[in-house]
Design a protein around this ligand. Structure first.
Ligand SMILES: [Cu+2]
Length: 166
C-alpha cells in the first residue's frame, strides 16, 4: 500500500531535478542572451557616437602664428575630417597623412576661384599644403585614384568639403 505513493514521490523528485536542470539552463542562456544584447547595444551606441563626431565639421581657428592649422588623415576610403571650415583671406596649413592601408591615395582640391590648387599623391609621411583662400564657398576635395574598371576612391566615399567662410 505504501509502494504506490513512494513511486509517485520518486517520480516527482526526478521531475523536480529535471525541471531544476532545465531552469538553470534557461537562466544561463538568458544571461548569455542579455550579455550579447548588452554588447550589441554598446557597440551600436559607440558606432553612432563615432559616426556623429566624424561627420561634425572641423572648424579651424587662427593660431598665434596667424595660420589656420588643419590635420587630415586619409585611408581606405576616407578623409577625416571630411568637412573643414576655414576663414577667408587667412593662410591655411593643411597637413595630410595616410594612416592605414597599402592602397595609394591622393588629394585633389581645385578651386581657382579661391586661389587653391592641390593635386598630389599622398603617403604615410605627412605632407603639407599651404594656401590662402581668397573667396568664400564650398570646395570639394577628393582622392583621384581609381583602379581599372573598379569604382573610383571618390565614389567609395573618399571625398570631403573645404568650406571657406567670411
Ligand atoms: Cu584614394
Amino acid at each position: 500500500m505504501c509502494k504506490f505513493p513512494r513511486r509517485i514521490s520518486a517520480f516527482h523528485d526526478k521531475e523536480i531535478i529535471r525541471r531544476g536542470y532545465h531552469h538553470e539552463t534557461t537562466v544561463f542562456l538568458f544571461h548569455r542572451f542579455l550579455s550579447l544584447l548588452l554588447v550589441l547595444v554598446i557597440s551600436f551606441t559607440a558606432g553612432r557616437v563615432a559616426a556623429q563626431s566624424e561627420n561634425e565639421p572641423y572648424r579651424a581657428t587662427i593660431s598665434s602664428d596667424g595660420v589656420q592649422h588643419v590635420n587630415i588623415r586619409a585611408g581606405d576610403y576616407f578623409f577625416r575630417p571630411r568637412h573643414i571650415i576655414v576663414k577667408v583671406n587667412a593662410p591655411v596649413m593643411l597637413v595630410v597623412r595616410v594612416e592605414q592601408g597599402v592602397i595609394p591615395h591622393g588629394l585633389v582640391l581645385k578651386a581657382p576661384k579661391a586661389n587653391i590648387s592641390i593635386d598630389e599623391d599622398l603617403s604615410r609621411e605627412s605632407q603639407t599644403f599651404t594656401f590662402t583662400p581668397t573667396a568664400p564657398g564650398k570646395y570639394a576635395f577628393y582622392c583621384p585614384k581609381k583602379l581599372l574598371f573598379f569604382k573610383s576612391h571618390r565614389e567609395h566615399g573618399m571625398e570631403g568639403v573645404l568650406e571657406v567662410v567670411e
